[in-house]
Design a protein around this ligand. Structure first.
Ligand SMILES: Nc1ncnc2c1ncn2[C@@H]1O[C@H](COP(=O)(O)OP(=O)(O)O)[C@@H](O)[C@H]1O
Ligand SMILES: [Mg+2]
Length: 303
């Protein structure tokens, strides 16, 4: 049966609109951070996996780094372990670290791998321990002290930051046609484990792979200004001002900070998008009407 003319035109338009993006990103690496909030809805998860499988099929090299805050929180509640956050980072004692390793490295990671494989992708799950992908060190969080006082050092336990990324295992997987799916757990020089904010890992992985784009999926329409309106485009300077002004706080802080670091490290552009929108990734990658907030070194538009 033939399509009605108007519908056929619509479909043809969508496909031709995608063409320049398919060409621009062919053979390029795109690092996608998949956040906890966008991971809770079943239908959304399948759409995300489809989008990613499509990216791979048309010749892009997507790499996934995932969080899992809500999933960790749910297990913590079941076990009766209290949860606390400082500046968007989970305070991680030894009991919490066990839960993080089990939930992130096990359940959540393998669920994403299974979803991608179900959509025809070939996904391989790993934590930062595999192939010594993520070398980590303890994160030292400080807060400015009052007036002349020294900065306050806040101990948030087994929370790490990335010291170095060894991308060899990723390059091997990408070259062989696999989609790497990374749980943000790193190893210290003494073999100890660290829970690392997934945004930080995604940014460092993007830098190590010199990715064309770093896409952070979250649960807001992008970076919001003080009035709650989405900011479509930001320069590095504008983003720094938003942090200084206290407009960017909590979970958005590590995102914006690491976005700036990634850009300084050579990543083409960073996009913060609403992962609770169906097919957010597809719309961002394949259409003219990109969504969310784009941060670029110059604040000018890129593909
Ligand atoms: N200026 C801002 N714009 C958007 N979100 C912000 C801003 N400042 C703080 N946030 C908070 O950051 C949250 C996103 O970070 P987080 O909760 O860690 O989610 P994710 O699982 O995606 O990492 C938002 O839901 C919002 O509550
Ligand atoms: Mg977060």
């Amino acid at each position: 049966m033939n399509l009605p003319k108007s519908q056929a035109e619509g479909i043809a338009n969508v496909l031709t609109e995608a063409l320049p993006y398919i060409r621009a990103f062919h053979g390029r690496t795109l690092v996608v951070k998949y956040g906890g909030a966008a991971m809770r809805d079943e239908a959304l998860k399948h759409k995300f996996a489809r989008d990613l499988a499509l990216m791979k099929l048309v010749g892009m090299n997507p790499v996934v780094v995932h969080g899992g805050g809500p999933q960790i929180g749910a297990v913590m509640d079941k076990l009766g372990i209290p949860t606390r956050f400082v500046d968007g980072m989970r305070v991680t004692d030894t009991a919490t670290l066990d839960v993080v390793e089990m939930v992130l490295g096990g359940r959540v990671n393998q669920e994403i791998v299974a979803l991608l494989n179900h959509q025809g992708g070939r996904a391989v799950g790993l934590t930062g321990k595999d192939g010594q992908l993520i070398r980590a060190r303890k994160l030292k969080l400080t807060r400015p002290g009052a007036e002349l006082a020294a900065p306050e050092i806040i101990n948030i336990g087994h929370v790490g930051e990335v010291e170095a990324i060894d991308a060899r295992v990723l390059n091997t997987l990408i070259q062989a046609g696999f989609i790497p799916v990374i749980a943000p757990i790193g190893t210290g020089t003494g073999g100890e484990s660290y829970n690392i904010n997934a945004d930080l890992v995604a940014a460092r992985v993007a830098e190590a792979l010199q990715a064309e784009k770093l896409i952070l999926l979250t649960n807001t329409a992008g970076i919001l200004d003080a009035e709650g309106a989405t900011l479509p485009k930001l320069s590095v300077q504008q983003a720094e001002q938003l942090i200084a002004a206290g407009t960017v706080t909590s979970g958005m802080l590590p995102k914006v900070r690491c976005a700036l670091a990634a850009l300084a490290g050579g990543v083409g552009s960073v996009q913060i998008i609403d992962g609770t929108e169906p097919h957010a990734l597809l719309l961002e990658i394949f259409t003219n009407a990109g969504i969310g907030t784009q941060i670029t070194a110059a604040g000018t538009e890129t593909a």
